[in-house]
Design a protein around this ligand. Structure first.
Ligand code: AMP
Ligand code: MG
Length: 602
């Protein structure tokens, strides 16, 4: 039996990123850009007005106020889409609409509300003159040429997944087509003598085929093009014929015919016409899974079509599709993030599981009070497709047959979340590890101060092996805990402490969810065995070996050099270490952003 990870690695090794195609931008949604896109134009192409108002020279508004307006001669008007016919000279203004090019000579716009235009109209006056009621700075309400995009800039990078906003950006660049990795065609075949089509009446011993529909919808959801081959019968002949109809596709999935008691048909067909990888995967549902390639000769050339033989049970086929076919499709499409987002949730129900395999339990996840909860969606038989219909996640109950108790923390794969969302949920976290006397606490202190200086909200975690001092015997909080409270919170006007009893020394992965989502960066001291990114602090004189092996480390902060490829940062130079962390682990914020455009209309 192989692990889920091993099986996935094998599947991914079989599939390749497909070739690019050029097509209309509106057909590219969700596809991966296969070229760098540069701009050949400035956007906006000219300085233009951000408001409806008057274009003028800022200098002419000096000292203007409601009680002391500055009066200017209106020499013309310009609407969006046309060019100004006049220039603005000292003492004059041009009436201007949002998006209209700024006339020569003008360097600012005053919006209608800050002029006496309305009152002038109400009192029957003409607009040959205008009273300006406030003083404005140069550039006020002017959108500068190239402010959004400058000619020659790299606007969209190769590998970018195109969303509606990128499609809009392509349109604004004047591009009607884009080069994207093409979508894979996935041929889909259900097998079984018991299966009939959805439009046929049920007969004794028969059931409607649902897998073809579930799988085709899954293929579409992840960006592939489904090609349903229909229903194959439980004979080598029928299956072979159907499978050959699907060999123009980029991948073939079958469902059914892979379990032991069956005729092992899929296996036989694979063995005869391709290379067979037939495994039992350490997962439930979905133990039997066939994978291989089917050879096809065309024009003297041999083409190998990857084939994924999913189990027949509707839940099993969907769960195995999610684990193996979905990432394969995403890889073929050129996507980089293949994993479904995983969150940590408290499970509402205990799950008795004596099976050694990893269990994917169908759960419904809700968020209450900042914490995710998962409840099992009823009976979990692998034929009960409604357990999947009620679920929005798959709780991963680890191998080993221990099951979980109600209230335990579990990892849940969020079925309806996009793969990219996993990156958003991740709290940037870096651990500083090192031998004692290496200077890791000092570096922690300096990094915290440095990141605060850079405007980040920082959380720091310390592994207090020898217990903690805040919970002194005799204090009220201590007495509450003694009385049996599982958690005690102490709140004061400027601090909150949360003390929770735990039954084992928690791993950093278990601690992180309690940190809260409002932090930009979590700096951790210690936890050298964890899988989070680690930076080791090393000092000459502590022996020329490291605490962690280099492949586990993101960088070494050291005062002597090591013969390794991983980045080495100078010991004692906090700014360089902070730069490294910022560049590699934190999404750099823009610092302060001018809010001027907030005034803009819609
Ligand atoms: P198999 O893997 O072929 O032994 O099938 C296992 C179970 O899944 C059997 O109860 C089948 O009837 C059921 N099954 C197989 N294929 C489908 C399908 N396309 N739609 C619904 N149920 C199926
Ligand atoms: Mg069958």
């Amino acid at each position: 039996m192989i692990s889920v990870e091993e099986a996935l690695e094998k599947v991914l090794n079989y599939v390749e990123v497909l070739e690019p195609e050029r097509k209309p931008i509106l057909d590219c949604l969700g596809q991966v850009l296969a070229e760098d896109v540069y701009s050949t134009i400035d956007i906006p192409p000219l300085d233009n007005s951000a408001m409806d108002g008057y274009a003028l020279r800022a200098r002419d508004t000096l000292g203007a106020s409601e009680s002391s307006p500055r009066y200017l001669v209106v020499v013309g008007e310009v609407a969006a889409g046309s060019m100004p016919a006049q220039e603005v000279r000292p003492g004059t203004a041009i009436r201007i609409m949002t998006g209209a090019p700024l006339p020569g000579g003008a360097d600012a716009v005053v919006r209608f509300e800050d002029t006496d235009e309305v009152n002038r109209k109400l009192s029957g006056g003409d607009l040959s003159h205008i009273g300006i009621l406030c003083q404005v700075e140069k550039g006020a309400d002017v959108r500068g040429r190239g402010e959004d995009i400058a000619r020659g800039d790299l606007i969209l990078k190769k590998s970018k997944v195109l969303r509606p906003q990128e499609i809009g950006v392509l349109a604004s660049l004047g591009l009607s087509t884009a080069l994207v990795i093409r979508r894979p065609i996935v041929a889909i075949l259900a097998t079984g003598d018991e299966l009939i089509g959805v439009d046929q009446p049920l007969a004794p011993g028969k059931i409607h085929d649902s897998n073809n529909y579930t799988i085709a919808a899954e293929v579409s959801r992840y960006g592939g093009i489904p090609k349903i081959l229909g229903i194959g019968r439980d004979s080598v002949q029928s299956l072979t014929k159907k499978i050959y109809e699907g060999l123009d596709a980029d991948m073939l999935t079958t469902s059914g015919g892979v379990s032991k008691g069956d005729y092992d048909i899929v296996k036989n067909v694979l063995a005869e016409h391709g290379e067979v990888g037939f495994w039992t995967v350490c997962m439930k549902p979905g133990k039997p899974l066939a994978f291989g390639v089917i050879r096809k000769t065309r024009g003297g050339k041999v083409k190998k079509v990857p084939h994924l033989g999913l189990p027949g049970n509707p839940v099993s086929s969907m769960v195995t599709f999610e684990q193996f076919a979905r990432p394969a499709i995403l890889k073929m499409m050129g996507k980089k993030i293949l994993a479904k987002p995983v969150i940590r949730a408290i499970i509402d129900d205990g799950i008795v599981d004596t099976d050694e395999r990893r269990l994917f339990a169908r759960v419904s996840v809700t968020r209450r009070g900042g914490q995710y909860y998962a409840s099992v969606t009823g009976p979990q038989g692998s034929g009960i497709l409604t357990s999947m219909a009620k679920a929005n996640g798959l709780a991963i109950i680890p191998e080993g047959g221990k099951g979980v108790k109600a209230g335990d923390m579990v990892e849940v794969q969020m079925l309806d979340w996009g793969e990219e969302q996993g990156d958003v949920e991740k709290l940037p976290v870096v651990s500083i590890v090192g031998k004692s006397q290496s200077g890791k606490t000092v570096l922690m202190e300096q990094l915290i101060a440095e990141f605060k200086r850079r405007g980040y909200k920082v959380a720091a975690i310390k592994h207090g092996r020898g217990g903690m001092k805040i919970d002194h015997p005799g204090k009220d909080s201590w007495r509450f805990a003694q009385a049996g409270s599982d958690a005690v919170l102490i709140s004061s006007p400027d601090k909150l402490a949360f003390i929770k009893s735990v039954d084992h020394d928690l791993g950093i992965e278990e601690i992180l969810p309690t940190v809260g989502p409002e932090f930009d960066l979590v700096l951790v001291e210690g936890f050298k065995k964890s899988k989070i990114p680690k930076i080791e602090v090393h000092r000459k004189g502590l022996g020329h070996d490291l605490l962690c092996s280099p492949e586990e480390l993101s960088a070494i902060v050291t005062d002597e050099s090591f013969d390794t490829d991983i980045p080495q940062l100078p010991w004692g130079d906090t700014v360089t270490v902070a730069d490294f962390i910022e560049k590699n682990f934190v999404l750099k914020s823009q610092g302060s952003v001018s809010l001027a455009p907030m005034k803009e209309k819609g």
